[in-house]
Design a protein around this ligand. Sequence first.
Ligand SMILES: O=C[C@H](O)COP(=O)(O)O
Length: 254
Amino acid sequence: MTAARTPLIAGNWKMHKTVEEAEAFIQALLPRVATFDSVDVGICPPFTSLQAMVDSARGSIVRVYAQNMHYADQGAFTGEVSAPMLSELDVHGVILGHSERREYFGETDKALALKVPKALEAGLEPILCVGETEEERERGDTERKLRHQIQEDLAKVPEDRLADVVIAYEPIWAIGTGLTATPEQAQEACAFVRALVGQRSEDAAQRVRVLYGGSMKADNAAELLALPDVDGGLVGGASLEAEPFSTIVGAASA
Ligand SMILES: O=C[C@H](O)COP(=O)(O)O
């Protein structure tokens, strides 16, 4: 990746960790990442641990992201939280469109087209997830799927804010399966995602951070993070323990 783009390693805890477990994690992580330079570190806890993690991470290089939000500021949406509510907690950003939310909770591109600009307006850094299923890859539809998701989900983001969105390319067949995209597959897809942004703004394409996600581990991170169009990782399973997660952060550090 170019020196102009600071890598981001974000750990998506999904539905893991109580507040007590989250506290133990961050106390173990902070000393391990304190000396790393030129890398942004994110943790994405469940809603219940957001405030505690914001408080514990204050003054460190660790930033806290939520895993979802609604596109409305407020309203009769039981079980949801809004962008202003996250901003109030000093949360740095939010994952949007994770494939698990798309698959299990009916997250649509139409909703994401509202969520992404709403996050930006509220001062949150969105991490927009895109990626193909195994069947889509096998029938040669990877680029079509990525094009559709990027065009739809970023449709309402103005050109001058495109580079403020982080895009995570996560092949669904690699999530939690132990199957990792080959470096060639990851590079090709991340470069394609960047080129799609370039169709809107060449400047944004050069600045936007494109992450790889899908069974990124301590032992394969360095190879993936060295790819020219991979600007970091969205890490699931390997982000649940401080040791492997900090090793991945170290692999991205200058
Ligand atoms: O958000 C993270 C991704 O779903 C990757 O998860 P994983 O590293 O467990 O495959």
